[in-house]
Write a protein that binds this ligand. Structure first.
Ligand code: F6R
Length: 262
């Protein structure tokens, strides 16, 4: 369930190899994708390894977790633009199979329902990548979101907007709301890899470790998933008890061995 790596580069390599392994085992795999700073080295690593190993991604389907409301794919800070910049343009994906919520949808509630249906009708997500907010959100499911929630429109917390203001230069305003896959769709994924890197995640990681499963810390729901792994670098793990850091460092993995989950 928990694995601690020395740095974000080694996590990127681990996740990239897992993605390759999954796509090789199932060329029409359905991936659940995240954005954010945490994912940048991961997509860079995956692009490199996919080129090197000549991985065929043409039949892969993907669903992104979220998108800002009021922001279209041409907006430089949209998650659609992020995905094109960091992943989609670098490999031979079939554009028709790449899905993100539409932040400009005229009826956001209807669009959210349709997005949720599309995820479930695709056969469900084989491998879901997640980051975590400093307040414990996954996707944009902020603290207090029901674990039964499906794809929906969410008002972003001030903390999340402040955290994400680093991606918006100058006076550009971080949108107030977003569409996000719900905890329900996330938990339906057959395998989940959550990545947390850097000192700014150390407190929420320690809280995740300490607490029972609670909607107050959405990230804790992963304790209920039998094939979810939390991958930390040393900085994100720094506030865990030292015995835990020792037990889960380097090669120690509690959960399924990687080869069994392809
Ligand atoms: C992004 C997403 C968010 C981020 C989280 C961490 O698609 O769903 O949950 O994963 O906010 O963001 P970073 O990696 O920028 O710290």
């Amino acid at each position: 369930m928990l694995q601690i790596f020395p740095d974000s580069e080694s996590i990127a390599e681990f996740v990239s190899r897992r993605l390759v392994e999954k796509i090789r085992a199932k060329p029409d795999a359905v991936l659940g994708l995240a954005t954010g700073g945490t994912m940048e080295p991961i997509y860079a690593g995956f692009v490199d390894i996919a080129h090197e190993m000549r991985v065929d991604v043409t039949r892969v389907t993907s669903f992104n977790l979220d998108e800002y409301v009021g922001v279209g794919p041409d907006h430089p800070k949209s998650y659609a633009a992020y995905m094109h910049e960091h992943l989609f343009t670098h490999l031979s994906f079939d554009r028709e199979r790449l899905h993100l919520p539409d932040g400009l949808a005229s009826n956001l509630e209807t669009h959210s329902r349709e997005y949720s249906d599309k995820v479930l009708k695709s056969g469900g997500i084989d491998l879901q990548l997640l980051g975590v907010g400093s307040n414990g959100h996954i996707g944009f499911n902020e603290p207090g979101t029901s674990f039964d929630s499906r794809c929906h429109v969410v008002r972003l917390s001030e903390r999340t907007r402040k955290d994400n203001s680093r991606f918006f230069e100058g006076n550009a305003i971080v949108p107030e709301s977003a569409i996000t896959m719900g905890i329900y769709e996330i938990m339906q994924a057959r395998e989940i890899l959550l990545v947390a890197t850097g000192e700014s995640k150390a407190e929420i990681v320690a809280e995740w470790y300490r607490r029972e499963v609670t909607e107050a810390v959405p990230f804790t729901v992963l304790k209920r998933h039998t094939r979810a792994r939390v991958l930390l670098d040393a900085a994100a793990a720094s506030r865990l008890p030292s015995a835990v850091r020792g037990a889960f460092s380097a090669v120690a993995i509690s959960g399924l061995p990687i080869s069994a989950s392809a």
